[in-house]
Design a protein around this ligand. Structure first.
Ligand code: UDP
Ligand code: MG
Length: 329
């Protein structure tokens, strides 16, 4: 029987929850979804309460009696949306996984078309809030981040950080999220070799409560962008980044120092009053430091036993023992 796990990260969303669950149950009962999955299919709704201080968790517990598909995970404190999603991913038992925000901004009726897209041969379908109903203070930085992410990663989707996404379960088992990296899930998924695409979805203005992200999102977004870039490019080969930078810096420093030394020896020019001497020394030291950072990184990455260097998409004619030895994606 096909199964779908819907994960809802929530932080103080008491007013939205009843309506959200009604809408989700409506979406789960849709004919088209049954046709896609083949009847009967089962679903679960994993509500991940990210340390809410309002009545959200007790409200959800109260609803479980009449709706047994609802599950609740309450985090010890507010760890952030990335952590809430990770908790949901760990608990998800479905073959397909869907994430959706709790604030009613994403429309659950889009899930069926996203699953349909997934079945065309993708591993992750990310929603695209083409007509986004948020204030300019949010849409503008978001446009900037999306453009930069597209440029640096080469992934041609418009909206990396849409709360509404559907996945094959292999993707969520493979993802390792830190910081606020939920914003870059499509990048990490594609880097792991999964097929990623997008689908325009209906977006709505926030009806209840307020956004949980203030202006600090700009900086956390920026830093996480840098980590994601680094992880996807150099995690397994830090020396290629630090070593190269170190080498360039060292070479410049060396040339400058050589020039100053030759000037002193051959032309008897004084060196102590020449600023370029200090630049040379600075670049030499910087070069050695960068190089040793790369070396340390390399030692860390090779000695770390966690995670494999690759994942396998499919196999044919392997014995079960052989298949068990391989990390199947
Ligand atoms: N959220 C969460 N933990 C947090 C912040 C937000 O679980 O620390 C949830 C929030 O309840 C909502 C979703 O993440 O379901 C998206 O948050 P929000 O709507 O505030 O973000 P925005 O739509 O403004 O980007
Ligand atoms: Mg929102």
């Amino acid at each position: 029987m096909t199964s779908l796990s819907v994960i809802v990260p929530l932080f103080n969303e008491r007013e939205s929850i009843p309506e959200l669950l009604d809408q989700l149950y409506l979406a789960m009962g849709e004919r088209e979804l049954c046709d896609l999955f083949g009847e009967p299919f089962s679903f679960e709704i994993i509500m991940v309460d990210d340390g809410s201080t309002d009545a959200s968790p007790s409200l959800i517990t109260g609803l479980i009696a009449s709706r047994p598909e609802i599950r609740l995970i309450s985090l010890q404190r507010n760890f952030g949306k990335t952590a809430a999603l990770s908790a949901g991913f760990l608990a998800a038992s479905g073959e397909y996984v869907c994430t959706i925000d709790a604030d009613l901004q994403d429309d659950p009726l889009a899930i069926k078309s996203m699953i349909k897209k997934l079945q065309e041969g993708y591993d992750l379908v990310s929603g695209w809030k083409r007509d986004r109903k948020d204030p300019l203070s949010k849409t503008l930085p978001s446009k900037l981040f999306n453009a930069a992410t597209r440029l640096f990663t080469g992934i041609s989707i418009h909206d990396f950080n849409c709360g509404l996404k559907v996945y094959r379960s292999g993707v969520v088992r493979r993802l390792e999220l830190h910081g606020d990296m939920h914003r870059y899930i499509p990048v990490l998924a594609q880097w792991n070799g999964f097929r990623v695409t997008e689908l325009p979805v209906n977006h709505r203005a926030r009806k209840f409560g307020s956004t949980k992200y203030g202006s600090s999102r700009f900086f956390s977004g920026l830093f996480d962008f840098l980590s994601v870039l680094f992880i996807t490019r150099y995690l397994r080969r830090p020396m290629h980044f630090f070593g190269m930078a170190g080498l360039v810096s060292f070479l410049f420093g060396f040339c400058i120092s050589l020039y100053v030394t030759l000037d002193k020896i051959l032309l008897h020019k004084p060196v102590s009053n020449r600023p370029i001497l200090f630049l040379g020394i600075l670049l030499l030291i910087l070069g050695v430091q960068l190089f040793s950072t790369g070396l340390l990184g390399e030692m860390l990455s090779t000695s770390s036993t966690k995670g494999t260097q690759f994942t396998v998409r499919e196999t044919a004619n392997l014995t079960p023992t052989q298949a068990k030895m391989l990390p199947i994606g």
